[in-house]
Design a protein around this ligand. Structure first.
Ligand SMILES: Nc1ncnc2c1ncn2[C@@H]1O[C@H](COP(=O)(O)OP(=O)(O)OP(=O)(O)O)[C@@H](O)[C@H]1O
Length: 199
């Protein structure tokens, strides 16, 4: 059983307080839904947990695990970091090397997200939804306990949304944890909801 603990978290952006006094815990097999109006701080929270933004107060920890929480998390967000001139498969190969998991089966992951027929296409030619599907393949290639999902179903068609639901359900069933910031209904029922207020 793993537990993510966020205690008295405060995050500022451009000197303005965005999150303050935020505390919650999340355990294995749980999905936390983060809701709130545009600008409420949903992406800010996910990025702070991923270690992509500094926090000015509070603590973020995951137990049992060593090192920064970001090393145990996947951040699935708006920016996909795909290199336009590299093929889909080469993008994933590069990413798995950076993530420290070379040699994993990239074609099998592409098959799971319905993109194996595009493995040799330069990423520049992918549609918005196909780019998101490549992001889903990343979640599968390197197993990490915490998934941080920022509007995960945006640009996905009905089939890809169902695939995403299956992947997320399997991740939780394996003992994973997930936080999803979204304005849309999720294909998997949430364990709890955190409603952020714009400050
Ligand atoms: N560099 C910055 N300087 C100042 N304010 C910033 C900066 N970056 C983001 N913000 C502000 O932080 C607030 C929270 O933004 P965030 O992207 O976390 O909101 P969100 O809840 O994810 O919104 P949305 O639903 O639109 O995706 C917004 O008011 C935004 O304008």
């Amino acid at each position: 059983m793993r537990q993510l603990s966020v205690c008295d978290l405060a995050v500022e952006r451009g000197g303005r307080p965005i999150l303050a006094d935020l505390s919650f815990t999340l355990r294995s097999r749980e999905l936390l839904l983060v809701t709130g109006r545009n600008g409420a701080g949903k992406s800010t929270l996910l990025r702070a947990i991923a270690g992509l933004l500094p926090h000015v107060a509070g603590t973020i920890s995951i137990d049992p695990a060593d090192g920064p929480v970001g090393e145990h998390a996947h951040y699935f967000g708006h920016l996909d970091g795909l290199k336009s001139s590299l093929t889909v498969a080469d993008n994933l190969a590069l990413w798995t090397r950076i993530a420290g998991a070379p040699g994993v089966d990239i074609i099998a992951a592409l098959e799971e997200v319905g993109l194996d027929h595009l493995d040799d296409l330069p990423a520049a030619y992918l549609s918005a939804g196909q780019r998101r599907r490549v992001g889903l393949a990343r979640l599968l290639l390197v197993r990490r306990p915490l998934w941080l999902l920022d509007e995960p179903t945006s640009a996905l068609d009905a089939e890809a949304e169902a695939t995403f639901g299956d992947l997320l359900a399997a991740h939780l069933a394996r003992g994973g944890l997930a936080i999803a910031a979204t304005h849309r209904p999720m294909p998997v029922p949430a364990t709890a909801t955190l409603a952020l207020e714009a400050r």
